[in-house]
Design a protein around this ligand. Structure first.
Ligand code: GTP
Ligand code: MG
Length: 201
């Protein structure tokens, strides 16, 4: 399940411009600033592959990265810009939802959830939308290295437990989940193994 080679393939403004071939792909999805680009960089161990930024909304295109010439990681724009006008929010939904519903090679969505803050309604909404549309997903909790954060000052493991409790109200069988940190590398090998199992399923 190791990554030997990774190359940036292209940025697409629209789902119809994405690479057209049979290789399986994983979409990285989550709130703006949750750590999508950082996770990709940590997975492939190349700092410069996916741009990261302290400014939210950096990734505005669908970015395809080809791994080992055999499968794709897809970096999608983040949802839920705190200060974005309503039009930008509905843009995200039509743009990205179109991608999910029409991508036959999509193996699973990696839904990134910030473990340093309490459960966010927008993340629950996204999980429920994917679930309703029968799109396979894995919860990838990010920033698990942060010992204390969030308004109520809960630890990542407590925030994760709270999130899972809310998810269990909607799912008889909750999606698989993995704890990660792009800073310490926590969860990297587990996530790579998980993705290789999904590809070979
Ligand atoms: P958009 O492209 O704007 O949607 O953001 P993104 O989801 O790609 O987030 P990005 O990877 O740019 O990271 C956002 C911020 O969170 C940056 O300041 C990162 O350094 C920080 N960050 C990301 N992952 C981690 C992590 O695992 N731990 C800690 N402590 N910080 C992280
Ligand atoms: Mg990004």
């Amino acid at each position: 399940s190791q990554i030997k080679q990774v190359e940036f393939v292209k940025s697409s403004a629209k789902p119809k411009d994405c690479p057209k071939d049979d290789r399986p792909e994983f979409a990285i999805v989550g709130r703006s600033n949750v750590g999508k680009s950082s996770l990709i960089n940590a997975l492939v161990r190349r700092k410069e592959v996916a741009l990261t930024s302290k400014k939210t909304g950096k990734t505005q295109l669908i970015n395809h990265f080809l791994v080992n010439k055999s499968w794709y990681i897809v970096d999608l724009p983040g949802y839920g810009f705190a200060n974005a006008p309503e039009s930008a929010r509905s843009d995200w939904s039509s743009f990205t939802k179109g991608f999910f519903l029409n991508r036959e090679t999509l193996v699973a969505v990696l839904l990134l959830i910030d473990a340093s803050i309490p459960p966010q309604q927008i993340d629950l909404d996204c999980a429920n939308w994917l679930g309703r549309n029968n799109i396979s997903m894995t919860f990838v909790f990010t920033k698990c290295d942060k010992t204390k954060a969030g308004s109520k000052g809960k630890r990542p493991d407590e925030n994760i437990r709270d999130f899972q409790a809310l998810i269990r109200k909607h799912y008889r069988q909750p999606p698989p989940w993995i704890m990660t940190s792009s800073v310490t590398g926590l969860g990297r090998d587990e996530l790579l193994l998980h993705m290789s199992q999904l590809r070979n399923y």
